[in-house]
Design a protein around this ligand. Structure first.
Ligand SMILES: Nc1ncnc2c1ncn2[C@@H]1O[C@H](COP(=O)(O)OP(=O)(O)OP(=O)(O)O)[C@@H](O)[C@H]1O
Length: 252
């Protein structure tokens, strides 16, 4: 059963070569969501997350809310293993598919088809599995002959179609998403929405960061609110139509 266990985690991100003594530093510090402090003369440290504890079990649909810079993306990155906590412990059980930094793994000189192969390998699939998934990825993307062209020739909407089609073709037990996706033109958005919904239904755990309370209430059964890198509240919502199994929940 997939699960995410986070215990007393801090995340500090160093920024090198910044001016940290000046009026500018003081203004920055009050204007951002995270907390800025000087580690040494040339290193500024942002406290992106502070003392985060959260238990997420199979069946949980967690919505992360908070102002700009409150730590939503950092928390997703911590769960995905992109960041190691500077203090505390993160334990993740299950296959994670993350919709964070979509497109980061693409090789822009390679063709669409080559990128399907590369991304598939990155997701831990075998050649045979990728070969059998390729026709449906190609069809869903609607990119047709463009899949034989280098990805650098794609428009941003075409790039999103390709990445979305690849990412959603892989079954995940844990889905981490930074904002609900809106990709491409109106036709593709409707098409993508239903594919995404079935992916979410099949996943054991969803963690979705969003500024839209409406989106979160439509897809989640639990809202975690962050402020300045700390969890300020955990709210349980009534069961969703998708009949998510109840699971014991620890609040932070
Ligand atoms: N790569 C980084 N290097 C340094 N500081 C960072 C980095 N990424 C985020 N931060 C800082 O960590 C804090 C939390 O940022 P994060 O991106 O997690 O917030 P967020 O809630 O996702 O914001 P938004 O709603 O604007 O996407 C902010 O103060 C931000 O400046």
């Amino acid at each position: 059963m997939p699960s995410i266990s986070i215990a007393n985690c801090d995340l500090q991100l160093p920024i090198y070569g910044t001016i940290n003594r000046s009026f500018k530093g003081a203004v920055l510090s009050s204007a951002t969501g995270g907390r800025i402090a000087s580690a040494s003369r040339n290193v500024t440290v942002v406290q992106a997350l502070k003392d985060i504890s959260l238990e997420i079990r199979s069946g949980d649909r967690v919505g992360l809310m908070g102002h700009n810079g409150s730590g939503k993306t950092s928390l997703l990155r911590l769960m995905s293993g992109i960041y190691e906590p500077t203090a505390g412990r993160v334990h993740v059980e299950g296959k994670v598919s993350s919709f964070i930094n979509l497109g980061l793994g693409l090789d822009h000189e390679a063709t669409g088809y080559e990128n399907i192969l590369l991304c598939g390998l990155m997701f831990g699939l075998r050649h045979g599995e990728i070969r059998s998934l390729t026709p449906s990825i190609a069809e869903f993307s609607g990119l047709a002959d463009f899949l034989d062209m280098p990805v650098r020739t794609y428009s941003s909407g075409m790039l999103m179609r390709l990445v979305f089609s690849i990412v959603t073709s892989v079954h995940a037990e844990i889905l981490l998403m930074d904002e609900w996706l809106s990709v491409g033109d109106a036709d593709f958005v409707a098409h993508a929405e239903s594919r995404l919904n079935s992916l979410v239904d099949a996943a054991g755990i969803l963690v979705l960061a969003s500024h839209s309370e409406e989106t979160i209430r439509a897809h989640c059964n639990m809202i975690v609110r962050l402020e300045h890198g700390e969890i300020v509240s955990v709210e349980r919502l009534p069961a969703l139509d998708t009949a998510v199994p109840e699971s014991p929940q620890q609040t932070a």
